[in-house]
Structures are given as structure tokens and as C-alpha cells.
Design a protein around this ligand. Structure first.
Ligand code: G3P
Ligand code: CA
Length: 346
């Protein structure tokens, strides 16, 4: 490890004040792809549920169709979360950008969830549709008693030239750029961060952090593929930044790119698909706070992980289980997840 020292600590109150000045709740509950533990990610019930539970933000991954419409889809391809293999077998592995909106809207984006998670399956999840950005905005605006913000990631932005300016135009047209703290923009891509900042200088931005080649250089010098490891979570749990200076270099990039904070990865106590390198160690959060950067960690779902992350000093958490995180923060919804889903006919 390097020898960079943290000169002085910044109080939790100072960090919280900065967030609140920006209009960002602290701690912030960021519903990752909606309430995606309880309903298929990035679909209508996932976002309705996150909104009605009281999440501060609906998180979405922004991509663009072949005919130029902004849509909420996480993966580069559609095979994991839709029936693309049956409907368009020759394009099973094609990128989202290879499909028109009409073609995407013909996909079933819900049945995969019932098969993957039978204990949480609902017949009403079958044939759910992929959503456009405008439809997610409609959901966010749809409950007079709840007013969630939007936490938007430019996904694989080099596939979508101009997407940052296009996003600006849509948010402006919908009146969302005049609402301080209601939109937060996020990206792993430093070039996209710069373009977002150019298009929307007044909107808070987060640089997402990741250990790996092309991102924070790992101490191991290895990628997952090179490691020969079979368990991804176990591999990532061992990954660390090369040294403190390398971590600090990415904080520099965040500041220089106009970000107001970072979105570091974290290891999950239960491991699994969304368990990555632990980038919320107290020294990291302290260093970020020293640089006036908020810390919003992705993606935690277990109460013990919420407790650990809170103790380590994070300012917000991306979670698939917004209801559980709201309970952790002492902001429980009046109704359970099941009651809310039933209320919407699911
Ligand atoms: O956007 C924060 C977090 O969502 C980043 O990871 O892969 O789930 O988009 P991913
Ligand atoms: Ca994301």
C-alpha cells in the first residue's frame, strides 16, 4: 500500500449538509433497477413498488434503441432478462441498440424472473414490457404522496454517441432539470462523465468505481478471466486497489469530471452475482469525504451489510430491497411489499 495519509477527518454532519444543500437525501435509498428483489428488474411493478415504498431514487441503466428511443435496460444484451432467444433467435446476442422500440416492446421481460426466483414468482409478471425513460418518469410522477428522484446511469455510453445530450433534452422537456437533487447522473465512464457535465452542469453526478483493468488498477494485476477462479464473488472479494494513490487518482478523476460523489462497489456478506470488491473501507470513505465527495455504494441488500456500510461512513446505498433499507433507516413503509404489489394488481 502507498503512504498517502488522510490529513483530517470530515464530520458526518458536514457531509450530510453538503448532500442536503444539493437536494440529495443523506442517507439516500437508491432502488437499484427498481425494487428488483421483489419484481423483475427495470419493469413497471419494480418501479411502482420502489416508488410506493418511499425510495428516494429510482435507479435505471440508460440505453438507446435502433430508432433512437431511450430505454431502461441493464445488460448489453437481452438474453438474461427476456425471451429474446425465442422471439428473435438470430439476434439472441445482439446489443440492445440492434432492436427498434417496437421489437423491444414485443419481448416478455418478466417470465425470466419467475423461472429464476420461483419463491417470488407471480403469474402477473409474465409479459411485462421493457420501459422507456419517459415511462419511468411517468411512474416517478405518478403518486402524489411519493416523489422519488431518478438516478440515471449511462450504460455502455460509447455505443451511444450523443446519449448525454439526448438525455438532457428529454429531462428538460419533462421539467426535471429544474428540480434540485431530483436527478442524479452516474457512469463508470470518465468520458461520459465529462459529456454529462457539459450537457447538465447543474445536475449532481456520480463517478462509479470498480477495481479492474481499465478502471482502478488492482493490486493483483489480474482480471477474473486470468485468475482461473470459478467463483466471481470470491475473486472480487480479494481485489484491492493497487495502492492508496491509485484510489485517490480516481477521486481526482471524479472531482475533475464534475462529480459530487462516487459510487463504489462493495462485497456482499452472502456473495453472489452482485458482490464485488470492497471499496467502502473507512479510509476510502474518509478520503472521499476529505475531497468533498459523497459516497453512494452499490449494491447491498442484507441488513448486516447495511449496518457495516453505514458504520464505514457511506452516504447512500443502491439496493434491490428498498423496503429493507428503508426499514434499516427507520423509514418503513406503511404497507408490505406484497401488499403494495397486490394493490397494483400483481
Ligand atoms: O449504477 C450502480 C450500479 O448499478 C452499477 O452496477 O452493473 O448494477 O449497473 P450495475
Ligand atoms: Ca446501474
Amino acid at each position: 500500500m502507498g503512504t498517502l495519509l488522510v490529513a483530517s477527518s470530515v464530520s458526518a454532519e458536514e457531509v450530510r449538509s453538503r448532500a442536503l444543500r444539493l437536494g440529495i437525501p443523506d442517507p439516500a435509498v437508491i432502488a437499484h433497477r427498481g425494487a428488483s428483489h421483489d419484481a423483475p428488474e427495470s419493469t413497471l411493478p419494480a418501479y411502482l413498488l420502489a416508488r410506493d415504498l418511499g425510495a428516494d431514487y429510482l435507479e435505471l441503466d440508460l440505453q438507446r434503441t435502433r430508432d433512437g428511443v431511450l430505454v431502461a435496460v441493464h445488460d448489453d444484451t437481452l438474453a438474461r432478462t427476456s425471451d429474446v432467444a425465442e422471439r428473435y433467435p438470430e439476434r439472441r446476442d445482439s446489443p440492445v441498440s440492434a432492436f427498434t422500440l417496437a421489437e423491444l416492446k414485443a419481448l416478455d421481460a418478466g417470465s425470466w424472473f419467475n423461472q429464476a426466483y420461483p419463491a417470488r414468482a407471480r403469474a402477473s409478471f409474465e409479459k411485462l414490457r421493457i420501459l422507456t425513460l419517459d415511462e419511468v418518469i411517468d411512474i416517478a410522477e405518478g403518486n402524489p404522496e411519493r416523489d422519488p428522484g431518478l438516478y440515471i446511469e449511462t450504460k455502455v455510453p460509447d455505443q451511444f454517441p450523443g446519449i448525454e445530450a439526448q438525455l438532457q433534452a428529454r429531462l428538460d422537456a419533462r421539467g426535471w432539470l429544474d428540480r434540485p437533487g431530483k436527478v442524479v447522473l452516474q457512469t463508470f465512464d470518465r468520458n461520459s462523465l465529462g459529456l454529462l457535465h457539459k450537457s447538465m452542469p447543474q445536475v449532481p453526478k456520480i463517478l462509479l468505481l470498480w477495481v479492474g483493468k481499465g478502471a482502478i488498477e488492482p493490486a493483483s494485476g489480474q482480471s477474473f478471466a486470468e485468475s482461473g477462479e470459478l467463483d466471481k464473488a470470491a475473486f472480487y472479494a480479494r481485489q484491492q486497489p493497487r495502492d492508496h494513490a491509485e484510489f485517490n487518482r480516481w477521486l481526482d478523476a471524479a472531482v475533475q469530471g464534475g462529480a459530487i460523489g462516487t459510487g463504489p462497489s462493495a462485497a456482499r456478506s452472502g456473495g453472489g452475482e452482485q458482490s464485488y470488491a470492497d471499496l467502502i473501507q473507512p479510509w476510502m470513505n474518509q478520503l472521499s469525504h476529505e475531497r468533498d465527495l459523497l459516497v453512494h455504494v452499490y449494491t447491498l441488500d442484507a441488513p448486516e451489510d447495511f449496518t457495516k456500510a453505514t458504520a464505514a461512513g457511506v452516504d447512500g446505498i443502491f439496493t434491490n430491497r428498498a423496503g429493507a433499507l428503508l426499514r434499516h433507516y427507520g423509514r418503513p413503509a406503511a404497507h408490505s411489499e406484497a401488499q403494495l404489489l397486490r394493490g397494483h394488481g400483481y
